[in-house]
Structures are given as structure tokens and as C-alpha cells.
Design a protein around this ligand. Structure first.
Ligand code: GLA
Ligand code: ZN
Length: 664
């Protein structure tokens, strides 16, 4: 039953989720058996075990209790259920914190946490690393030939940072390796400002505490370092697994909205990308908007490896930690699950299979409720989906044939968020990227969301909103892409700084000046409610927040500002370069402009929508398995929507249509 990575894809869509049978050890004869009956009824073919099981596995230092897990693994195998087996480092036994306080995380005020909860460990602690390695080795050795073992789930939702002395020392090491000399570091951090020059590596302190809150160079490097800490910690966890079970893929569950780790870098060490999705359905934002954001997050995770991913967690009903824990409206469960598949997921997994009887998450939606039977609305929803997934084996491993890419770069975001100027703390990088995603979602055009270091070769159209920081090689890659016939779109706040956040001298957008054929001289920030306009193609569009004052230097002016002292100056330009085209949007604009603009640009670039027109709140997506296309149509509204002719979607309906691969 093992799904070898050599097969390149899972033979089935996996359906299941977190399973915590150790919570029910005292009732195991009754509950575990019942769990298997219910899992089968729900069409579940995978369960994730061991995620927070360290204390159950090692109740005292060096005293191991694997018998219960042996029984669980055998039970899963016996029932045809694949195990996503976790390493337990997401939470640890109290004995460990007591005996080795260094495992506890220290916050930015240099205060050490007390033991409790989870996700609260130091990333450097040699003791913690040794302990995780030991328990991981024992797990790998014990289950290496177990027929249930399918995927390793490393830890859980890595996040945060640690400011303990061990981490400070490692940070200084990291900086030494990066900069080699203090002169280079001082140059990168522009330390002559405010008397900030560092004259001894030991003077460097991690940022975040009062008095040391704001230096942008330091903060950027701290985030990069923290990302490397997670990479390193992950590699320490996976080393024994790779050695003992080289054929079992490893992943860790990411959080698409989390920006504390550069996931693009982290994904380099993952075998499969996976994430936990908890959309805020039925909130005041409207399900159309939530549908769009969720699609974007799926595409962001798929873009990390540009391959199908795992939806490691989702909720079949109310998410307890939301301030208003709304029930899923009928149809929503299937819709959110098909949506994940539409964007490249090969698994639909939940937190969790059976509701915990107590503890902080006892009211979190689960497949099996406290009532305990299959006679609940949520269970029926899950079982209905399980039936549907059984018919989708051909979809597993299918590709997303995107011809256009949208650049979202964690490091650009960090640099912009820390930049003092423009609209402080409200530069809105994330919202802007989603704003440029929206016109494509509305028309059913698949997009890869990628970071600025990825190759652009396979695309016809590349969009890079607010590419404030140009990382090594990015400008050159973009220029080559344009010269070879690609269409590139850039916006205001592009090409201001290099990878150390030092301003690019000689005019913005630095090396992209030639590609875009413009020079950005100044940028104006507008108060909330204040507006200018972009006049383009006989229409006037609202411009707000940020308006850049640019000069054409080879680019032709397509649109101009309508107001203020820069009225008549270029606001939208096109530079024809080599075989390609480079557009520049100088001001922040609303949905109306972006809809019209991208309709024009995507048609010109030969990037075609799946449907010419889609009604509001409906999107379409595509996957291709080499033989056929799967077209997904999804209605995120609670109204019936007509797509075309007699093709209509019921409220919250998701439909999958299989066709011969004729497109793209
Ligand atoms: C996260 C965690 C799970 C659980 C869920 C609840 O995704 O990984 O352990 O806490 O949230 O939504
Ligand atoms: Zn630490």
C-alpha cells in the first residue's frame, strides 16, 4: 500500500487527516475500532498520526512506549489506510523542559518561556536537536518496513523565532559567514548612520526589543537567519529519516498566510509542499472574496515547487479559533475541497478525524463529532466527498498548465514592510499582489505564484507588483524574458533597493530602467480618501495611495495622470524591447483598471481564459495529466449562477469536467 515517490505521484487522491488515537488510549477497544468503521464509511484512505505524541512515546527520558503506535499503524494498514507519520517535535514532554531549560524558547525581550502549550522550542538548542534526532531515528527504524508508512510529516507549523544566547551566537555566525568582514556588514547595514557601526561581532543583538526595534538591514538579516534556522532544524529532523527510509517523502505543514519564514527558500528542502487551510467562509467579506484569497494561497503553495501539493489540514466544519466559529453552509465543504484539487492539491486532509473530548480544541470541527456516529451533517458531507474522490485517481499528480506567473517574494515583502517612507506599515504588498491576481481568478486564467528567483522560461506573461527589492539576478532574468518575447508587467515601488536594502543609485527602477524604458523620479503618497486618476483608453480610473512620477526613456505613454501637479505625466507605459513588451503601472489603481488592463494584456500575450465571461463569484481552473484536461468550475456565492448556455451552477456548487487535452 506504500506510495513510493518513485511512482512520481500518488495513485489516489488522499483523503483523511490528523488522527490522535492516543487521546483515547483508555477507550481504545471501543473507540479505535469504531474509528476504523467510520473512516471506511467516510471514504478515508489516510490518517496522520503522531503529530504531538512525544509524551505518549517517551513518557520519561529514554523510556519509550511505541506499543500503542505499533497497534495504530497495524490497524491502519489492516484497514487499507496510509499513515502520514509525524515526528513529534511540535510539542514536547514537560520532563524535557524541566531538565533542560535551554530547549525553551526565549522571546525578543530575552525572557524565557515557561513550559506549556506547543511550538515553543529553541531552534538552536543542541539538546533539542539531539532529542528530536533520537526519537525520529527510533520512529524511522521501527516503521521503515511498515506497509502503512506513506509520508513523513515533520513537526507542525514551524513558526516564530528564538532570541536565546545560543540563537544570538548562531546569528552572529550566520552574519560572519554571509559578510565575512565587519566592513562588509557595516556597508550592507549602512551603519555610519546613527553611529551604528559594529566594531566587534559580539555587539550584534537580534532585533525586536525596545531600543533595538527598527534597523531595516538587521531585521531583514534576522528573518533570513530565522528561515535558515528552520531549514537547518528541518534537515536535522529529516537526516535520520532520509538515511533509514530514503523512499518516503518528507514534508511539513506550512501556513500560506504566514510571512515569518521565506517559504520559497524553505521549500527547497521539502519533498512535497503542504499546507493547512482554514478560510473565513461566510464572513462579512463575502464568500467570493474568501474564495479568491483561498485560491491565491493554494497557488502560492503549489508555486513553491511548481508541483502538486498536499492539503495537510482543513476543517470540515466550524474552526474553533475564529472569533465567530461559523458552520459550513451546505455545499461549502465539497466546494472548498474541490477548490484545493482545482489548484493542484493531491490530498484533502482535515484537522481532525475525531473531536477531542477536552483541551483547547475540543470544539473544533471534526469528521466525527462528540456524538460519535455517522449520523451528522458534517460526517455525511465528508463521506459524500470521499465517494467523489474515489473517482478521481486520474487527477493525482496532474499538472497546472499556467502560462502566466505572478511574483510574490517573501524577502521583497520584508524589505517593503520595514521601509520607512511611502505609506508606513501600510505598503500593502500582500493585498497588492492579490489585487493583481483577482482579474485572472475572475476570468479563470491559471497563474503560478512564484518568487523572484524562479525561472521565467515557461511563461508568456509575468507580473511583478511592487518588486521593491531586486534580488541577485532577478533584473537580468526579467530582461532576458522580455527580449525573448515575454510580456512583463511592473508597478510603482519597483527596483528601489538591492538585496541589502541599499538604494539603487542612478535612478529607479535600477537595472530595470532599460527593460521598462522609464525613470521613476519621485513617489507621492496620498491620504486615505484622497485620489488622483489614470486616464487610459478613453476612460478615467481612480488612482490612490501611491502615485509615482516617472519619465519615459524609450517607453511610450499609454495613460496619463488626470490631476494634481503631475497631471498629464505618464501613469501607464509600454516599452517594446527585443521580441517582448514591458508595461509599467505607475499608480495604485482599483479593480476596474486592473480588470481592463489585464484583459488587454493577457489577450495580447496569448494567455487565454477558460471561459470568455464568468459570473461574479465564479471561477474556473484547469489541471492536465498529460492525457486529459480537468476543468473545474466553482460558484462561491449562495445564488445560482449561469455560466453559459444551459451550463449553470447551483449555490456553492463545484463541478469537475474532464475533456481531451485540446487546449494550451
Ligand atoms: C493548526 C494546527 C492543528 C490545529 C489546527 C486547528 O493548523 O496544525 O494542530 O491546531 O490548526 O485549526
Ligand atoms: Zn534559542
Amino acid at each position: 500500500m506504500r506510495y513510493p515517490p518513485a511512482a512520481k505521484k500518488f495513485p489516489h487522491i488522499l483523503h483523511g487527516g490528523d488522527y490522535n488515537p492516543e487521546q483515547w488510549l483508555a477507550w481504545k477497544d471501543k473507540i479505535w475500532k469504531e474509528d476504523m468503521r467510520l473512516a471506511k464509511l467516510a471514504g478515508i484512505n489516510t490518517l496522520s498520526v503522531g503529530i504531538f505524541s512525544w509524551t505518549a512515546l517517551e513518557p520519561e527520558e529514554g523510556v519509550y512506549r511505541f506499543e500503542w503506535l505499533d497497534e495504530v499503524m497495524d490497524m491502519l494498514a489492516g484497514n487499507g489506510i496510509a499513515a502520514v507519520l509525524a515526528t513529534p517535535s511540535g510539542a514536547r514532554p514537560a520532563w524535557m523542559s524541566k531538565k533542560y531549560p535551554e530547549v525553551l524558547r526565549v522571546n525578543e525581550l530575552r525572557l524565557r518561556n515557561v513550559h506549556g502549550e506547543r511550538h515553543n522550542h529553541c531552534l538552536s538548542s543542541p539538546v533539542y536537536r539531539e532529542k528530536t534526532r533520537t526519537i525520529n531515528s527510533l520512529l524511522a527504524r521501527r516503521y521503515k518496513d511498515h506497509p502503512a508508512l506513506a509520508v513523513w510529516h515533520i513537526s507542525n507549523e514551524y513558526s516564530g523565532d528564538c532570541h536565546c544566547p545560543l540563537c544570538q551566537a548562531k546569528f552572529r555566525e550566520y552574519l560572519k559567514n554571509t559578510y565575512k568582514t565587519l566592513d562588509a556588514l557595516n556597508e550592507a547595514w549602512w551603519s555610519a548612520f546613527w553611529s551604528g557601526a559594529i566594531t566587534d561581532w559580539d555587539q550584534i543583538e537580534s532585533p525586536g526589543s525596545p531600543g533595538n526595534g527598527g534597523h531595516n538591514g538587521l531585521k531583514l538579516d534576522w528573518r533570513r537567519f530565522t528561515t535558515e534556522q528552520f531549514v537547518d532544524f528541518y534537515l536535522n529532523e529529516t537526516a535520520p529519516l532520509k538515511e533509514i527510509t530514503p523512499d518516503v517523502p518528507c514534508t511539513t505543514n506550512l501556513m500560506a498566510g504566514y510571512t515569518g519564514i521565506d517559504y520559497a527558500r524553505f521549500a527547497e528542502v521539502l519533498d512535497i509542499a503542504s499546507w493547512d487551510s482554514y478560510p473565513r467562509w461566510t464572513s462579512t467579506e463575502g464568500n467570493g472574496e474568501i474564495g479568491l484569497q483561498t485560491s491565491y494561497f493554494h497557488d502560492l503553495i503549489r508555486g513553491l515547487k511548481r508541483r502538486p501539493f498536499m492539503l495537510m489540514e482543513s476543517c470540515p466544519s466550524a474552526t474553533n479559533w475564529r472569533p465567530v466559529a461559523k458552520l459550513h453552509r451546505p455545499g461549502l465543504h465539497k466546494l472548498q475541497s474541490i477548490q484545493a484539487l482545482a489548484h493542484g492539491a493531491d490530498t484533502i486532509q482535515y484537522f481532525q478525524f475525531r473531536k477531542s473530548r477536552g483541551g483547547p480544541e475540543q470544539h473544533h470541527g471534526a469528521v466525527v463529532d462528540h456524538e460519535g456516529s455517522e449520523n451528522t451533517r458534517v460526517f455525511r458531507d465528508v463521506a459524500e466527498l470521499g465517494e467523489c474522490l474515489k473517482g478521481l485517481d486520474d487527477l493525482a499528480g496532474a499538472d497546472t498548465p499556467a502560462q502566466a506567473a505572478l511574483i510574490h517574494d517573501y524577502q521583497v515583502r520584508w524589505a517593503l514592510d520595514d521601509a520607512k517612507g511611502f505609506l508606513q506599515n501600510k505598503t500593502g504588498y500582500g493585498e497588492t499582489v492579490i489585487g493583481h491576481y483577482r482579474p485572472f481568478w475572475k476570468r479563470g486564467i491559471p497563474l503560478d505564484v512564484i518568487d523572484s528567483r524562479q525561472s521565467l522560461d515557461k511563461y508568456r506573461l509575468v507580473i511583478a507588483p511592487m518588486l521593491y527589492m531586486l534580488r541577485e539576478g532577478t533584473a537580468e532574468r526579467i530582461d532576458a524574458f522580455v527580449r525573448q518575447g515575454g510580456t512583463f508587467v511592473a508597478t510603482y515601488a519597483t527596483g528601489y533597493v538591492n538585496e541589502s536594502t541599499l538604494a539603487l543609485l542612478g535612478g529607479f527602477p535600477g537595472p530595470l530602467k532599460e527593460t521598462l524604458g522609464i525613470w521613476c523620479e519621485e513617489i507621492d503618497a496620498l491620504y486615505p480618501g484622497e485620489a488622483n486618476s489614470v486616464e487610459w483608453n478613453g476612460k478615467s480610473y481612480r488612482a490612490f495611495d501611491l502615485c509615482e512620477l516617472i519619465h519615459g526613456q524609450g517607453a511610450e505613454t499609454l495613460g496619463v495622470y488626470g490631476g494634481d501637479f503631475y497631471a498629464g505625466r505618464p501613469a501607464l507605459t509600454l516599452h517594446r524591447r527585443g521580441e517582448g513588451r514591458a508595461y509599467f503601472i505607475a499608480a495604485r489603481t482599483g479593480e476596474d483598471f486592473l480588470d481592463d488592463f489585464y484583459r488587454h494584456v493577457s489577450a495580447e500575450a496569448g494567455v487565454t481564459p477558460l471561459f470568455e465571461e464568468l459570473p461574479e463569484g465564479v471561477t474556473a481552473q484547469i489541471r492536465n495529466n498529460g492525457e486529459k484536461d480537468f476543468i473545474f468550475l466553482m460558484n462561491f456565492t449562495k445564488e445560482k449562477r449561469r455560466v453559459s448556455g444551459d451550463l449553470s451552477l447551483e449555490p456553492f456548487e463545484a463541478r469537475i469536467m474532464e475533456t481531451c487535452a485540446v487546449r494550451l
